[in-house]
Design a protein around this ligand. Structure first.
Ligand SMILES: [Zn+2]
Length: 318
């Protein structure tokens, strides 16, 4: 008598969300529920980072009394998805790190690697703010601006895994210099880094270094040192998201990332501007929403990629 094939289906995976500052590790089940999680500051050295990930994974599994035979992992890009290599991670100072195979060797199981924005998009599409959407466009508003598209249950990677670099669309011809070397990228105007730079240029250092929350509050209050450039930055963000929306025709657009903590200040205006720029083709205002998974989107999404094979091609290593 053959075994029920459902018994063979994996029901648990490690989800690993490696960020430039912090790393989160979780155990996620096949319904997208986080069973356990932990986090730690990301070690700057790749071998030390992998060792810390292995310790965290093994401890979580031991505490939960479970055996886990697969893992998904998100990392800052750009990545070589076929080879599982971090081509460059500026915040960590990494270049050419074969991260997927290093983690697979440490854990003794297959690992699926994807970029952090794609992983978060997959999590939201699976069990978050886009679970009933056909095409989800995710925008991460953090130190930089990332993007991801999940269509029909699969991450859209492009030919080389570089698709949907939302923050590096050139919106302003010959505009501000971006960290990528181009001029006029969205991310050079609206991102945690760009807000800091523009605040330094206009407010200077006489008020200390204002937090992003304080900058949004000063914008809302009409502060003449902040309002003009913040308004321009928000307009540029709306243009970039709307342009991606016109190209991918999403029925849900989801915003996440640290800057969305000030969503009550800029969210309504941003949604209006996106709807206006997309015209009748786009999702209307009710389809443009905040994350439901918040900071857990990465571990849920990466585990989902490992459990459900949401990638567009084989990218596993064992
Ligand atoms: Zn750029």
């Amino acid at each position: 008598v053959g075994r029920d094939p459902r018994e063979e289906a994996p029901t648990l995976a490690w989800g690993i969300d490696l960020g430039g500052t912090d790393c989160k590790v979780g155990i996620v089940d096949s319904s997208g529920r986080v069973r356990a999680q932990t986090g730690f500051p990301t070690p700057r050295e790749p071998a030390a980072a992998v060792a810390a990930i292995e310790r965290a994974c093994r401890r979580l599994a031991a505490e939960a009394g479970v055996r886990i035979d697969r893992a998904g992992m998100g990392a800052p890009g750009p990545l070589d998805l076929d080879r599982g290599v971090v081509i460059q991670a500026p915040n960590l100072g990494w270049r050419g790190v074969p991260l997927r195979d290093m983690v697979a060797a440490a854990l003794g199981c297959p690992v699926v690697l994807d970029n952090d924005a794609n992983a978060a998009a997959y999590g939201e599409a699976w069990v978050g703010a886009g679970r009933d959407a056909t095409v989800l466009l995710l925008a991460t508003l953090g130190t930089g601006v990332g993007g991801g598209v999940v269509a029909g249950g699969r991450v859209f990677h492009g030919a080389r895994g570089l698709a949907v670099e939302l923050g590096h669309q050139v919106i302003v011809p010959e505009g501000r210099l971006c960290s990528c070397g181009k001029r006029g990228c969205l991310e050079a105007y609206f991102s945690g880094h760009a807000l800091d730079e523009q605040a330094l240029e206009t407010i200077g250092t006489r008020d200390g270094r204002p937090t992003h929350k304080e900058l949004f509050e000063r914008y809302a209050a009409g502060d003449p040192l902040v309002a003009p450039w913040m308004e321009q930055a928000l307009d540029i963000l709306a243009r970039g998201v709307a342009a991606a929306g016109v190209l991918f025709d999403p029925d849900r657009i989801v915003f996440t990332g640290g800057l969305t903590r000030s969503w009550d200040v800029f969210g309504a205006g941003l949604v209006d501007a996106i709807v206006r720029r997309m015209g009748p083709a786009g999702p209307q205002a009710q389809g443009i929403v905040l994350t439901e998974l918040g900071g857990d989107a990465g571990i849920i999404g990466t585990a989902g990629l490992a459990l459900l094979d949401g990638g567009s091609r084989p990218r596993e290593s064992s």
